[in-house]
Design a protein around this ligand. Sequence first.
Ligand code: PEP
Ligand code: MG
Length: 426
Amino acid sequence: MVFAHDLSPADVTQLGRAGVSGFFTEGGGKTSHAALVARALGLPLVAGVQGFIKHIRTGMTVIVDGGRGEVILEPDTEIQGRFADRAARDLVQTERLARAREAPAISLDGERVHLAANVELLEEIPISVELGADGIGLFRTEFLYLERSTLPTEEEQYQHALSALRAMNGRDVCFRSLDLGGDKLPTSVRIPAGNNPALGLRSIRYSLWRRDVFKLQLRAFYRAAAVGPLRLMFPLISGVAELRTVRELCSSVCAELQRDGLEHNPEVPLGVMIETPSAAVIADLLVEECDFLSIGTNDLIQYALAADRQDEHVGYLYHPLHPAILRLIKQVTAAAKRAGKPVSMCGDMAGDPRFCWVLLGLGLRALSMAPRQIPRVKSIVRGTRIAFAEKLTEEILGLRTEDEVEEAVNRVMKERFPIEFTEETS
Ligand code: PEP
Ligand code: MG
C-alpha cells in the first residue's frame, strides 16, 4: 500500500507494476489521471482525503475501499468483518452480472446500446473482451509515452496499435491521439507548464506545437488502420479552425505514406472529443466537419464548472449532474442527431450505473467506460424502457441544483435497480 500527498500517473504505473496493493493520496480527485491508471491496473486508489498521512505508522492495518472512497486506519475486528462481508457480497454480485456478458445491451423497448471499454494499457484488453465490451471507445495512447526517457518510435506505435486491433479481434478500436500535458508529463520531452497547466499547452495544443511528434503517431495509426477497424479522435478541441488544422495534418500524413509506398488506410473515421464548453456549444458546427463526436465529461465538467478535476479543495463543485452539464450533453447529442452522425460518451460519467438512464434519456446510445463497469451498466440498460428514461430526464432537466437532480436520480435508481445501485461512485 502506498500513501502519498500526490502521485503522478507514471508513479502509479510503476508502483502498480511493482506489486503494491493500493494507493491513498491526500491530493487529487477521482477522475485524475493517476486514479484512472490505478483503476486500469485493477488497484484501489482513494484520493483527496486530508489529514490521514501523519497518523500512519509502519505495520498498521489499513482498509482502502476504492469503490466507496473510504480509508480506515486500525479497523477493529468488527469493522474488518464488515468489510470482508461487503467484499464477498460485491464479488457475488460482480460474478452474477458478469454471467450476463453474452446478453446484448438492449433496452426493454428494443434499443441497442453500444457499450465499449476505456483502455490505458494493452493488458486491459483481455478483461474488456471477457466482460463483453463491444469495442474500445477510448484508447488513451499517451500512456505509451509516460514511463520512459525517450519518445516511442513510429514502428513501436504501429506495433502497439496492431496489438490492440488483434486483441480486439475485429471489434472497433477508437484511439485518442496523444493527450500529454496537464498532469501527464513525460520525461522524454519538456512541456511548458504555464501558470495554469489545465488551461495551457496540453492535449491537442501540445500535439499541434510538436507536430513532429504528432505526425509520427498519425503515421502509425493510418498504417495500422490498413489491418483492422480503427477510428481516431482528438482531445480538447476548442473550435473548428483547430479541427481543420488537425485534418490538414492527417491529409498530409496520408500523402507522405503514399509517397513512401507504405500500406495505409486513408479512410479512418475522425472524431472530435467534446471536452471544452466551446466545443459543446458549437457541436453542430464541429460535427459537420468530422465523422463522430465523443463526450469527455471528465474534462468537460472541470472546464464548464471551472473546477480543477485534480484539486480536492474544489472537488465539491465537480458534479456530473449539474444542470449545466446535463444541458450541454443534451445540446451535443441533439446536434449529432440532427447531422445523422454518431455520438458517444467516454468520460467517467458513462460508466457510473447511477447515471445510465439519465444518459439514455439525454439521447446517448453509445457509452465507453472502465471495463469493470460494463456488466453493471449493461444490466441497467436491459432493465430500462427508453421512453421511461426520456420522461424522467425531461423532469430532471426542470430541476435547478445538482443536489435536487442527484436526489431524484438516486430515488429512481434505488427503487428500480436495487442490485446495481450502490452509494459508490465508479
Ligand atoms: C475526459 O476528459 O472525459 C476523457 C475521457 O479524457 P481524460 O479522462 O483522459 O482526460
Ligand atoms: Mg480529457
